[in-house]
Each structure stands twice: as C-alpha cells, then as structure tokens.
Design a protein around this ligand. Structure first.
Ligand code: FAD
Length: 325
C-alpha cells in the first residue's frame, strides 16, 4: 500500500507541476492505468461499455458524469445535456429499471443502471433554481425510460439546499435517491426524516474535509454513527443503499438485514468503480444487489484529485485499491 501511495503521490505532484496536466497523466503509463482503474472513460460510449460489462457480471450501476467547478449556466447546461444523452443511450440499450414491490419498502425501482448527479455540476453554487430545473429535466428523462436518479451529497454548506431540492423533486419523482453522510452530526435525524416508504437513501461515511462542529472527526466515531444511521434506515420503511467498502460495516449490514427481516431485494450495497471488485462480485453471488458507482467524463482529473486532496485518508483509500481486492 505504501508503494502504491508513493506512486499516486508522484502522479499528483507531477500533475500539479504541469500546465498540461491531463496530457501528462494520460501519457504516463502508470498513471494512465491508475486513472483507468477508477474512471470508466471520457465519453458516453465508454460509460455504456463499462455499464454493460458490469451488468453482464451481475452487478447494477449508477453513473456519474464528472463535472467540476461549474461556474456558468452554459457549463451547467452542458452537464445536463451529457446526462440526457447518457439516459437516451441507456434506454436504447435496455439497461434500465424494474419496479420491485418490497414488503417493507413500498414500491421501489431497482434499475440495472441509474444516474448519480452532483447539484453543483448543474449550477447550485450560483443559481439554485437553475440547478433544480436541470435536475428536474434529468429526473423526467430518467422516469421516461424507467430508471432513477440519486442526488450525490457534497460539503455541509450544501446539505440543506440539496435536501430541499430533493424534497421538491420527490413530489413528482418519488424514486429520486438521497445521500446522507454518517460523519455529519445531523445525519441520524436526517435518516429518521427520510426513512419513509419508497424513499431511496444512500448512506456513506462522507468524503469532504468538514469542521469539528458539524462532523465527527475520529474514524471510530464516524463508524459508530454509520451503524446508528444504518439501524434507523433498516428499521424504517425506505430502501437503504449502503455505500461502503468497510468489511465490518458490510457484516453489520448483513446482520441487521436478518434482524429487521429485510430480504436482499429490500436494500442494496454500493461501492466505487475499481474499489474491492472481488468483494463486489462476492456479495452479488451471495444474492445481494450490488451497485457500482461509475464515474466517467472528460473531467476525470478533478474526480481523482479532489478525492485525493479532500482528506489525507483518501490517498490511502485509492492506494489500497491498487494492491488489494
Ligand atoms: P473507509 O473508512 O475508507 O475504509 C474502511 C475499510 O474498508 C478499510 O479499513 C478497509 O478494510 C476497507 N477498504 C476501504 N477502501 C479499500 C480499498 N480501496 N481496498 C481495499 N479495502 C478497502 N461521499 C460523499 O461525501 N458524498 C457522496 O455522495 C458519496 N457517494 C458515494 C457513493 C458510493 C457508491 C460510495 C461507495 C461512496 C460514496 N462516497 C460519497 C464516499 C464515501 O463517503 C467515503 O468517502 C468512501 O466510500 C470511503 O469510505 P468507506 O466506507 O469505504 O470506508
């Protein structure tokens, strides 16, 4: 892991020194492999190819068109168009949804492939209404082909805005998924709010560097919060989407599913593309729905660098994936 961390660090440092970062990283053989391990490619065709491969292996998919630092309406519009193009292709390829009536969950669409959105990429930072309008168009296009949208969660200054927009989108598209971050102190209460019939909620630890007054800092505190939040979601009526690579939390989730009498159709696991692929396959073979979060797009550089820069732990996180399964 240490060697891989060093390798990644040299990629980042080289990239930081270069004016033509993408070219540099694209042409260096090691770093190109590193990028390809975690990002499905730059265009819709690449995203579709990765989706088909994962679907053929019995996995489900959520696709993220990578966009960073959206500062203008034109950029936001371009991101929206990329999603509309992707959804049209998913529809044509038949890689979409089916409605599953769960005993506990109400009717939930568990799509073969759905999409994940960052509201910031749709304009949230400078025009919330525009971001909402863009997101709504994407939700409509998704509904038209029988699939769903999940709104990624970003740093804590956006949580209220994102949950408000989510609530409004859900009036017309109740299957729109939320993401809650266990490291935030508020999240147990948000879990209670969102654990309602038909509500899709992704629970993750949280990836941003957050201040102490809003977020638990110690990994053990975050893990304990994750378990409390998972208990609320598993006991509730919604459809929990447990996004973690943490073996301890995965084992606890399986245990809680038994305790709360949830069949594998009534919750899912989620992991990132390229991280613990063997574990993804193992859980799918055991009968679980496993959804792989697949980032693609020309802005892949931002995805990797942001993930790595946000928290020192993320460097280890990606480095670990290079040496273990
Ligand atoms: P970590 O604490 O990183 O790791 C715990 C344990 O898991 C490790 O000790 C190790 O045993 C195992 N492990 C972890 N990584 C590896 C690896 N690479 N190889 C082998 N074993 C490993 N964050 C947000 O803030 N907003 C979002 O919208 C969001 N969406 C996400 C969607 C998905 C599908 C996933 C999986 C994550 C998402 N995240 C999001 C990121 C998340 O918040 C965490 O930063 C990230 O998943 C790392 O946390 P972890 O639960 O995997 O555990």
């Amino acid at each position: 892991a240490r060697y891989a961390a060093l390798m990644l660090r040299s990629v980042i440092l080289a990239a930081a020194r270069s004016q033509k970062v993408e070219h540099l990283v694209e042409t260096a053989p090691i770093s190109r492999d590193v990028v390809r391990r975690f990002v499905a490619g730059t265009g819709t065709a690449d995203a579709l190819a990765a989706t088909r491969q994962l679907a053929d292996a019995g996995l489900t998919i959520t696709l993220d068109n990578l966009g960073e630092d959206t500062l203008t309406a034109d950029q936001a519009n371009a991101t929206k168009e990329a999603y509309l193009e992707l959804l049209a292709e998913l529809g044509r390829a038949g890689l979409t949804g089916r409605a599953v009536p769960g005993e506990q969950t109400g009717e939930v669409t568990v799509a073969t492939a759905e999409v994940s959105l960052k509201l910031s990429a749709l304009g949230q930072a400078f025009d919330e209404q525009l971001a909402e309008k863009n997101a709504r168009e994407i939700c409509e296009a998704a509904a038209a082909i029988g699939t769903t949208v999940t709104l990624d969660m970003e740093d804590h200054t956006t949580t209220d805005s994102t949950l408000d927009i989510l609530a409004r989108l859900r009036r017309d598209h109740p299957g729109t998924g939320a993401v809650l971050q266990a490291y935030l102190r508020r999240t147990e209460s948000d879990c209670r709010e969102l654990a309602t019939a038909g509500s899709r909620v992704r629970l993750c630890k949280g990836a941003y560097k957050e201040p102490e007054h809003v977020a638990y800092q110690a990994p053990l505190e975050v893990d304990k919060s994750y378990v409390r939040c998972m208990n609320i979601l598993m006991a509730g009526e919604g459809y929990p989407m447990l996004a973690t690579h943490d073996p301890r939390l995965i084992a606890i989730a399986q245990d809680r599913a038994k305790w709360f009498d949830r069949s594998p159709a009534e919750f899912e696991f989620q992991m990132l593309y390229g991280i613990r692929p063997d574990e993804q396959a193992r859980l799918a073979r055991a009968g679980h729905t496993v959804r792989v979060y697949v980032p693609y797009g020309t802005e892949w550089y931002g995805y990797l660098m942001r993930r790595l820069a946000e928290r020192p732990a993320n460097l280890t996180f990606f480095a670990r994936a290079l040496v273990s399964k």
